[in-house]
Design a binder for this molecule. Sequence first.
Ligand code: ATP
Length: 355
Amino acid sequence: MSSLSLRALSKSYGPVQAVRGVDLDVNEGEFLSLLGPSGCGKTTTLQMVAGFVPPTTGSIVVDGQDLTSIAPEKRDMGVVFQSYALFPHMNVAQNIGFGLEMRRVERGELKRRVEEALAMVRLAGLEGRYPSELSGGQRQRVAIARALAIRPRVLLLDEPMSNLDAKLRGEMHVELRSLQRRLGITAILVTHDQVEAMTMSDRIAVMTNGGIAQLGTPQEVYDRPASQFASSFLGHTNVLSGRIESRIADEATVRVGPTAFRTRVAKDQVTPDIAVFVRPERLRLGSPDQATLQGRVSTRLFLGGSWIYEIETELGMLRITQQNTGTVQAEEGETIGVSWNAEDLRVIATERSDG
Ligand code: ATP
């Protein structure tokens, strides 16, 4: 098990600052995701850790050893790319053994390690096949086995599941997560898929504009987003217009529609107008006369396990998700009540740069 520290890590391409002073500590055996939209700098960060891109400034330290100017092949990092990058002219066993050959691992040991890696990803029996004779999911598992065979200090995953269909991707999430736990290997995943980041990670670093906007467990980042960016990037969020009615220092009473709630607000929040956030699963549908608000069901979508309702209200369009309990709560076009608990309303209490 290894720990990894990035210190003031930056990368500029001419005038483009791809990564700006990233500080990050990844604990031993931790699964950490770098999550963010296209162009936020996550791949560049991973490439610097792997050693494929030299940082402009800053350092990369693994188990106390500074690797910043060490060649990629000497860093003992296992890397899995989106494209898998398997060698088409090599069979599965040769692909998996490639890194070991390069490291001049003795024949018997190499064979043993390839067999071990094949068993880990449940591909025993397919060692003679060529990549073109494998399904997408099998190719991806070969790529993971190849990365694991060298017994890397850190496993680096760059959107490795984005070429798989939704069902297979879901299965691979479970498999990869349990393999990583079992091996106790430190792993960093780059992804723009919030569900992937939430299901796989011990912690998520939400990135924007070359920096980390928020670092926390999936639940912390989802339930207590530190910025509007983090709130909207991780799952859907309803943004309501609120107004500060009264305030003493950073304690305020905020009015939203017909209700008011007490909350902490940012010190630099100077205007009374303030955005209030509430997650779709925290809103309730009910009878119009006993609800906080009334609205008209604009759209209703069935997801199997749940329903999504889009409700037109005086506060704007609200999204509500409801568990599928077997009964339909409202039809499209129907007038319905919407309620919430004050403790489920959030404002961003700490101002951060949203990039
Ligand atoms: P994606 O999800 O699309 O891969 P990303 O978050 O991984 O995006 P990066 O690939 O790290 O983003 O790119 C960050 C920024 O750096 C982008 O503005 C990109 O255009 C720029 N960039 C990346 N590589 C280079 C390069 N070799 N030369 C110039 N600019 C680059």
